[in-house]
Design a protein around this ligand. Structure first.
Ligand SMILES: C[S@@+](CC[C@H](N)C(=O)[O-])C[C@H]1O[C@@H](n2cnc3c(N)ncnc32)[C@H](O)[C@@H]1O
Length: 477
């Protein structure tokens, strides 16, 4: 890795590792960059003292080593480089864990809740605030290098490397050049996840919003390039792709499914008459008013659709709606919810704070339309499905799925035909990144112009017919 950095022309005045562990990487850097000062930060005092001891053993840099016990998230940017503001090399393999995983474990090793990349409102508070800690660290270091100059050479999950580049390019942070060098994480760390060394150079110049991708550390020339086109990151951005004409910002009203963060209680199977059983095996008598047929991502993907027994309890029809009336409209449901009130109040996500009791998210008129086209966001190839209404109400999907509310069966059929076209398949294949946990992003759907797709497929007239009625529908939302 250090040799690769040298080949890239990196000659640092100071090498800094923000989460340096027992100093393996710093040791390698100290041996390679003999003239550089070496600094490390580590939250675990035992690791820090071991790192210090090992680095002091490297004669050439004995006077230049500085290892500090510190929590990276509590450090101000100037604390990190202690007066150096040029030729700073940040190295490391920051922890590969997401903020919500740490939160779920009750851990406090988290950045102070700040608006990392300009996320707003719901985005910042829901799914998009579940980010990789390493991503946060890299973005924070990049912001610092933007003001100073230097390099990032970091081992991260490939998905994180791409997200970091995407966010820097989108925010117009000047990057002189960058590279992604794939590594075998199984061999290095015994984990089976796509990983790479991300190298980024900051010197005030803004190079093209593209990065060279190398197959492995031994590769001399890049296998391909990866870059930003129309706000989306894709492979081979310099080539002309037929689907590129379909990209149009926020042109479709795709939505996430419902979110309640308490599957064991809010999802129930029908037993008989008004008896249902929840995920904990507890039976309850419930009115049908607030229960809706539920389809999950895997069922959507497989096309098995509604299993005729699973329901979800939706306490609201719109965001923030008062839930107190449930007591009178459906007393059995009210009793059931109150039986689990403490659990529901303790749901981890901050989105439920200051909301009515038993609140859910991802609800609006679109949730309750009879006809929908829906897709799993979790699978690597999108399989769109029509969800027709049932005798027991409209079918809803959970927040691992995305949905398009339709006015009628014909409308749903047309939308499905467009999404299943060859051109749309090429669009999704180009944009979806295999290494992502949720490969299908809502932006990929909202930025796909169904109107242009319809034009290219000779379905313009049919599309405009449904689009006219669709506009009226969106105004209602
Ligand atoms: C994957 S290890 C890094 C190993 C290191 N590169 C080496 O060569 O030994 C990640 C390290 O980050 C440290 N760490 C985790 N959270 C931290 C924080 N908030 N501030 C500083 N260090 C932290 C952990 O204690 C762990 O030693």
């Amino acid at each position: 890795m250090a040799a690769r950095a040298l080949e890239w022309g990196i000659h640092p005045a100071v090498v800094v590792e923000p989460t340096c562990g027992v100093g393996n990487l710093l040791l390698a850097a100290a041996e390679e960059f003999l003239a550089a000062k070496v600094m490390g930060y580590e939250i675990n005092p035992e690791y820090a003292s071991l790192a210090r001891e090992r680095l002091m053993g490297v004669d050439a840099c004995a006077r230049l080593v500085d290892i500090t016990v510190a929590d990276f998230f509590g450090l101000q940017s100037n604390d990190l480089t202690r007066g150096f503001d040029r030729s700073i090399l940040y190295i490391g393999n920051p922890p590969w864990v997401t903020s919500s995983a740490i939160g779920a474990l009750g851990g406090e090793n988290l950045p102070v809740k700040s608006n990392r990349t300009g996320l707003t409102g719901m985005e910042a508070r829901t799914g998009k605030s579940n980010f990789d800690i390493s991503q946060w660290i890299l973005e924070r270091l990049s912001q610092e290098l933007r003001r100073k100059s230097g390099w990032l050479v970091m081992i991260v999950k490939t998905s994180v490397a791409k997200k970091v580049l995407h966010s820097l390019w989108s925010a117009d942070v000047p990057i002189a050049r960058s590279a992604i060098v794939h590594i075998d994480a199984n061999e290095w760390f015994g984990v089976s996840v796509a990983a790479c060394v991300l190298m980024v150079e900051f010197d005030g110049r803004a190079g093209p919003k593209e990065t060279d991708v190398y197959r492995d550390l031994a590769a001399v020339s890049p296998s391909h390039r990866f870059g930003l086109v129309a706000g989306l990151v894709i492979d081979n951005p310099d080539q002309e792709h037929p689907w590129m004409s379909l990209v149009a910002k926020a042109s479709n009203p795709w939505r996430s499914g419902v979110k309640h963060d308490c599957r064991a209680i809010m999802e129930l199977s029908h037993v008989s008459d008004d008896v249902y059983v929840n995920g904990e095996g507890t039976h309850a008598r419930l009115e049908p008013h607030f229960l809706f047929p539920l389809v999950r991502a895997t069922e959507l993907y497989k096309g098995t659709l509604w299993n005729r027994s699973r329901f979800v309890l939706l306490t609201q029809r719109n965001l923030g709606e008062d839930t107190a009336a449930i007591r009178y409209q459906a007393p059995l449901t009210w009793d059931y919810l109150n039986q689990y009130a403490a659990r529901l109040r303790n749901r981890g996500s901050s989105i439920y704070k200051n909301q009515p009791e038993f609140a859910v998210f991802g609800v609006g008129d679109y949730t309750f339309t009879d006809w929908k086209v829906a897709v799993s966001a979790l699978h690597k190839s999108p399989r769109f499905r029509i969800l027709p209404p049932t005798a027991l109400g409209p079918v809803v999907v959970d927040d691992t799925c995305l949905l398009y509310a339709c006015r009628s069966a014909d409308h749903a059929q047309l939308i499905l035909q467009l999404l299943e076209s060859e051109l749309a398949s090429q669009y999704f294949a180009a944009l979806m990144q295999d290494e992502e946990k949720r490969p299908l992003k809502s932006s990929m759907l909202t930025n796909l112009s169904l109107e242009r797709l319809a034009e290219q497929m000779g379905l313009k007239a049919a599309f405009h017919q449904v689009a006219a009625s669709e506009t009226r529908q969106i105004e209602m939302f």
